[in-house]
Design a protein around this ligand. Sequence first.
Ligand SMILES: [Fe+2]
Ligand SMILES: [Fe+2]
Length: 295
Amino acid sequence: MENCFGRSEYFTADFFADLAFRTKAAFRTDGSLLPAELRSDDRLIEKVLEEYLDNSDHGWIHCQQVFGQCCKIMLASPLLVRQAKKNDCLNRFKLEKVLAWSSAIHDLMRFFGGDFRNHQAQAAALAEKMFPEDSFLAPAIANCVRRHDYICLAVDGDVLPQSICDSPAAEIFRLADKISLTPDLEIRRYYETSKRHQTRFFDPDLPDELRFNLRRSHESWDQICYFLILFALQPDDFFFGETRDIYRGWSAGKKLAVQAIRAIALNEEKLEKSQADRIVQIIHDFQAAYQLERF
Ligand SMILES: [Fe+2]
Ligand SMILES: [Fe+2]
């Protein structure tokens, strides 16, 4: 993969081998990182790492796309890169290394028994154990991955810790993870993940009070609830001018995301046209209820 400096040493076969080696070593150092059935069984761990390598929605390909986006954001935001030197004590090379490793491990614990809620904290705990020889890398990566799925107060119910808000590295990373694909393809990625988890596509009886309560009340959610999160995130949920602008530019594609949801409803899910139109209306009602920018 090309990066800001030309050919990159990241996301190569050697990089994956290093990741596998460090992950297994971290699991040996701290058994509590793993569910009991995987502890001290290197063959099972290898098998899970293979699944991660092959998976397209949260595995290696996604991680590579996130890192590619990190590189683009760094190139487009020289002031933010300079700010990282001040706030994160990371020069360009170290920043790139932190973002590469954050990309590689941020969703990894989903494959080792972590769920949507806890895989972020687990990735941070893993990072703390993966680089015993390097005192700057572990805390910087942990800070990037600890709340990488954070959206906003209405969704997550809290504000980000100051160490994350003030960190250009964490900000670049959180943005890159959100915009690794165009909004319509991001919807397709959510769709593939939800299908794997056997989440119902559309429950017409789910009342708006429940659907529009964004506090991730998963048990009753259909896929449309997850799609709404893409519309809930706004440029102002980023803390630096450059990242706000980049997210605003990406958001122009949210119109195509609505069309992608409609197309899935009609083509893959074979819903009636009236049902597909109702889903589009739900998205528009949601945007009106929260006074969200429609772009
Ligand atoms: Fe994640
Ligand atoms: Fe991700």
